[in-house]
Design a protein around this ligand. Structure first.
Ligand code: SAM
Ligand code: SF4
Length: 328
C-alpha cells in the first residue's frame, strides 16, 4: 500500500543524508566552533542506506536525493549512487552539494548514473561567499559548477536568502542563471541554524525578491506547476530567457503538498525538516530486523506526520537538530 498520511498526502520522495560533516561553515546552518560530529560507526553504511531505500521504493518511493552535511565529503559516494540507481522503481536521483569538491568527483558521479545536481551558491561575490561560509572556497565552487555544466548535468542553484545580507546577490544570481541556462532557486532563511540566530526579521522574503527582480530584470510569469508537490514556485522571465524559483517555507509554506520523508545519516526517519520527533531505523538494521520491520517504521513515520510546521505560531519550537545534522 502506498505511503499516504492522515492528510491524504502521498509520499514518494526520500531524502537521504549521508553525513553530518561539511567542509564549509555556512552561518545559517553550522556553528563556527567545534562541532560534535557523529562517529563513523554511528553513520549508516552504504549497505544500510541501500536497504532502507529499497524498502522505501517497495512502498512507493520514486525519488531519492542525497544530501548532508556535504555529501561529497563521504568517501566513495559514487559507489552509493550506482547502487541506488540500480534499485528497480527509482525514477529520479538527485544530489545537493556545496560544490567545493565537485570538480574532482563530477565525472565519477556522472559515470555512476547521476544526472541532477542542486548546487548551493548564495553569491557570486568572493568576499561575501567567505563571509557566509567562513571559508575561502569560492574558486573551487565555481570550478565545480563549470565542470558539472560541461558534463551535461541538469543543474539548479540553491541560494539561501537572508535579509540585510543577500539583497545584493538576488539580481546578479538571476542574471548569471539567465546567461548559463540554470534556474536559481531562492530559499527563504529557515529556523534551522545551529546557533539560534534565526528571526522572522532576518528572512528575505519571496515577495521582496520578486519585486527587485521585476524592477531590475523584467516581468516574471508564473510557470504552471508541473509537479504541485515540488516545493519551489517557479517563474519565467517574460522575455523568455531563464527562470527562477522560490522555496518560501516562511512566507508561503507548502506543507499541504509535502511528499517527503527524510533519513538522517545516523539512521533516523523524519517526516519533516522541522519535526521534533523521529523514529529509529538503525537499531532495526543492526539488530536483525526484517524488511517488514523496516517497512513498519517507514509507515509509522508517515502515519505520524503532522499537518505542517508552525513557524508563525507562538507554539513553534525549532527542532533540536540543525540543518546539517538533519540533511537539508
Ligand atoms: N551541503 C549541501 C549544500 O549546502 O547544498 C547539502 C546540505 S545543505 C544542509 C542543503 C541545503 O540547505 C543547502 O542547499 C542550503 O541552501 C539549505 N540551507 C541550509 N541551512 C538553511 C537555512 N537555515 N535556511 C534555509 N536553507 C538552508
Ligand atoms: Fe555545509 Fe550545506 Fe550546511 Fe553550508 S548549508 S554548512 S554547505 S551542510
Amino acid at each position: 500500500m502506498a505511503l499516504i498520511d492522515g492528510y491524504d498526502r502521498l509520499h514518494d520522495n526520500l531524502r537521504i543524508s549521508v553525513t553530518d560533516r561539511c567542509n564549509i561553515r555556512c552561518f545559517y546552518c553550522m556553528p563556527e566552533g567545534p562541532i560534535p560530529f557523529l562517529d563513523r560507526e554511528e553513520i549508516l553504511s552504504f549497505e544500510e542506506i541501500e536497504r532502507v531505500a529499497r524498502v522505501a521504493v517497495s512502498l512507493g518511493v520514486r525519488k531519492l536525493r542525497l544530501t548532508g552535511g556535504e555529501p561529497l565529503v563521504r568517501k566513495d559516494l559514487p559507489v552509493l549512487v550506482e547502487r541506488l540507481c540500480g534499485i528497480l522503481g527509482v525514477e529520479d536521483i538527485g544530489l545537493t552539494t556545496n560544490g567545493v569538491l565537485l570538480e574532482g568527483q563530477a565525472e565519477a558521479l556522472w559515470n555512476a548514473g547521476l544526472r541532477r545536481l542542486n548546487f548551493h551558491l548564495d553569491t557570486l561575490d568572493r568576499a561575501r561567499f567567505e563571509q557566509i561560509t567562513r571559508r575561502d572556497d569560492f574558486g573551487r565552487v565555481m570550478a565545480g559548477l563549470e565542470k558539472a555544466l560541461a558534463l551535461g548535468f541538469r543543474v539548479k542553484i540553491n541560494a539561501v536568502a537572508v535579509k540585510n545580507l543577500c539583497e545584493p546577490d538576488v539580481v546578479p544570481l538571476a542574471r548569471f542563471g539567465r546567461e548559463r541556462g540554470v534556474e536559481i532557486r531562492y530559499i527563504e532563511f529557515m529556523p534551522l541554524d545551529a546557533q539560534g540566530i534565526w528571526d522572522k526579521d532576518k528572512v528575505l522574503l519571496q515577495d521582496q525578491m520578486m519585486e527587485v527582480l521585476r524592477r531590475e530584470i523584467g516581468e516574471l510569469i508564473a510557470i504552471p506547476d508541473q509537479d504541485p508537490r515540488a516545493p519551489a514556485t517557479e517563474y519565467r522571465f517574460a522575455d523568455g530567457i531563464g527562470a527562477v524559483g522560490f522555496i518560501s517555507s516562511v512566507s508561503k509554506p507548502f506543507c499541504l503538498n509535502c511528499n517527503r520523508l527524510r533519513l538522517t545519516s545516523d539512521g533516523k526517519l523524519r517526516y519533516c525538516l522541522f519535526a521534533i520527533e523521529e523514529l529509529d531505523v538503525k537499531g532495526l538494521l543492526r539488530g536483525g530486523g526484517s524488511d517488514e520491520d523496516v517497512s513498519d517504521v517507514i509507515r509509522e513515520t508517515v502515519r505520524r506526520k503532522w499537518i505542517g510546521h508552525e513557524i508563525h505560531s507562538a507554539r513553534f519550537v525549532a527542532p533540536p537538530r540543525p540543518m546539517y545534522s538533519i540533511g537539508g
